[in-house]
Design a protein around this ligand. Sequence first.
Ligand code: 13P
Length: 221
Amino acid sequence: MSATAGDGIPRIGENEARNLLVELGASLFARGFSVGSAGNISVRLNDGYLITPTNAALGRLSLARLSRLDAEFRPIAGDPPSKEVFMHRAFYQARAEAGAVVHLHSTMATAVSCLADVDPVNPIPPLTPYFVMRIGRTLPIVPYYRPGDPAMEPAITAAARGARAVLLANHGPVVSARDLTAAVQAAEELEEAARLFLLLRTAAPRSLTLAQVEDLLATFG
Ligand code: 13P
């Protein structure tokens, strides 16, 4: 069941969002996109947000214990929220269309975030269409901050104004999309693009041309 928030974008109901968040968290964890208690996920509701609790394993989330935030990102129910609430807030405030945000420490994307010799605006070339379709034109690297350091927020806000996803240097990817399923798919696609990039680093791959990238973005948004 979806409803329309004040911004005109349809959002799924809270129960549906809770179920989907737990299901997709378990799926990401089972496939190794997250280990231990790494990563956090949020979803925008009509009147606030759901976010994973701090120190929670994505593979064992509890429906009832998900952190519920009001529209100003204040916790109102559930377990204490992820210490990276401000990182999620930066995306929602910078990108009106964002309906969900996924942060992972997935291995390949995190490996790219540790490379010193990549383009800080476009570290991964447009090797495949789905990377362009899910992530877009650019994937800026946000300089290193300690996890949970709120000083990171202005840097993420600035980067997110021009990008659906960023790489936190020496930390991992943060991906936004219109809804939770799309955000998880984009995070998965980013991980595979990072894997391809690392596989091909010593080769001489053919990237998509600028015209091919523009055609994909014009066709698929
Ligand atoms: P939280 O457990 O507070 O969400 O932090 C996990 C994480 O991935 C930090 O980057």
